[in-house]
Design a binder for this molecule. Structure first.
Ligand SMILES: Cc1cc2nc3c(=O)[nH]c(=O)nc-3n(C[C@H](O)[C@H](O)[C@H](O)COP(=O)(O)OP(=O)(O)OC[C@H]3O[C@@H](n4cnc5c(N)ncnc54)[C@H](O)[C@@H]3O)c2cc1C
Length: 392
């Protein structure tokens, strides 16, 4: 990839809405991405390999459990700092951000919120330091948008639970040390449990042949009569609301992350357009290209404001799941459209790995689908404003 010359757009001086701590945290993540992610990410994506060399650095910038209290090894930051870290990481690559999101919001969050003190002390510090990596098993081969229909199940055997079933499309699965898995008990109630690598009957085959999120490992979780110790059940919340609570936290991070990908595409296209000469002048001087760039910065600015406000609501414990859905849906679509337009501004160069745009574009095709598809988030907004569910 060409040298990373990224300059973050801040058209409405939104930095003035941030605290000194937010800016420190954001700038540290930004510098780290420039130094450690940008030089290696294109090759990792080409090779379809998660770059394990960056795990320690991710932990050091606070990307694993930014808002988890320090007593459990987290960074103890607020929701805006969490969002800014996700923005900066996804500016580098959505796959790397996916690993951080899963670790923080889908593995550490449920253990912190729904686990007991022993579980928190046993797992959270290791997850925060990157010594352990985790994954989150909700989606099944026949149950994606409708996870409540899941068939993965646990049976009470007296001393332990017997786990059977399969999960699919699970980020981090191939190398995860632990999996937070959602399964139905004999009464049909969804329970969260911690499955550890090495448990007999538990395997995690990798999913190959992806054109998207290539620097993130995806796999299956297969449970064939896995004996789960009773102390591995998350005791403090069950039902579909438990995994959905984790998804709220992850979707909020994605709303910020998508801004990062969009900023990178816009910044790259703007620089290229000012340098590329056709018909005797920079292509940035043509109205058609200016329209694209002007619309991009407008959409990025709107998304920045929306998401900052969502962060303040989350800091006050007032953000609703529907508000998070709106931001995730809006920002990912915004980023995807910007990636497509930015790619065109670069002409043929835009399809190469010399620039990050095509990689962002392909990554965002997963981001628009996972953690609730674009359609499902629209239905959530529809339900919220009309009171009428239109899911079936
Ligand atoms: C790279 C990647 C990583 C992932 N990581 C994880 C992970 O770590 N953990 C995890 O549990 N899952 C993960 N997922 C799974 C992801 O959350 C699901 O793919 C997603 O929820 C959609 O499910 P599906 O793919 O089965 O699509 P489906 O649910 O089959 O949907 C197919 C299409 O139908 C539409 N549709 C579905 N229902 C309705 C409806 N009621 N009304 C209108 N339209 C509808 C959808 O919007 C979509 O366009 C990952 C997916 C990808 C691609």
């Amino acid at each position: 990839m060409s040298q990373d010359l990224f300059q973050a757009p801040d058209y409405y001086q939104l930095d003035e809405l941030l605290t000194e701590e937010h800016i420190l945290v954001r700038d540290a993540a930004r510098e780290w991405v420039k130094k450690e992610v940008s030089p290696i990410i294109e090759q990792a994506a080409q090779d379809a390999k998660f770059p394990t060399s960056i795990v320690k650095g991710l932990a050091e910038i606070g990307a694993f459990g930014p808002y988890i209290p320090e007593e459990y090894g987290g960074a103890g930051l607020d929701q805006i700092s969490y969002g800014l870290i996700m923005q900066e990481i996804e500016r580098g690559d959505s796959g790397v951000r996916s690993t951080a999101s899963v670790q923080s919001s889908l593995v550490m969050y449920p253990i912190w919120k729904y686990g007991n003190e022993e579980q928190r002390k046993k797992y959270l510090p290791k997850l925060a330091s990157g010594e352990f990596l985790g994954c989150f098993g909700l989606t099944e081969p026949d149950h994606g948008s409708n996870p409540g229909g899941m068939v993965t199940n646990i049976k009470d055997m007296g001393d332990y639970y017997l786990l059977n079933g399969a999960k699919m499309w699970i980020s981090n699965a191939p190398f995860a040390d632990i999996a937070v898995v959602w399964a139905k008990n004999e009464e049909g109630r969804i329970k969260g449990l911690i499955v550890e690598r090495g448990m007999e009957g538990f395997s995690t085959p990798e999913t190959h042949n992806k054109w998207s999120l290539r620097a993130s490992a995806t796999g299956e979780l297969i449970f064939d009569n896995v004996k789960i110790p009773k102390e591995n059940i998350l005791p403090n919340k069950d039902g579909l609301g438990a995994p959905l609570g984790c998804l709220d936290s992850a979707r909020y991070g994605i709303a910020w992350g998508a801004i990062g990908a969009a900023m990178d595409c816009y910044d790259t296209a703007l620089r290229y357009a000012k340098e590329r000469i056709q018909f005797g002048k920079p292509i940035a001087g043509f109205q058609l290209q200016q329209k694209k760039l002007a619309e991009m910065i407008t959409e990025i600015t709107k998304a920045q404001l929306l998401t900052w406000r969502l962060g303040t609501l989350r800091n006050e414990g007032r953000a609703t799941a529907a508000q998070i859905s709106m931001a995730k849906r809006n920002n990912v679509e915004m980023a995807l459209k910007i990636a497509r337009e930015a790619r065109q501004i670069l002409g043929a160069m835009g399809i190469t790995g010399e620039y990050s745009i095509m990689r962002h574009m392909m990554n965002l095709e997963s981001v628009v689908t996972y953690e609730g598809t674009h359609d499902i988030h629209l239905l959530i907004t529809g339900l919220d404003i009309t009171g009428i569910p239109a899911f079936k």
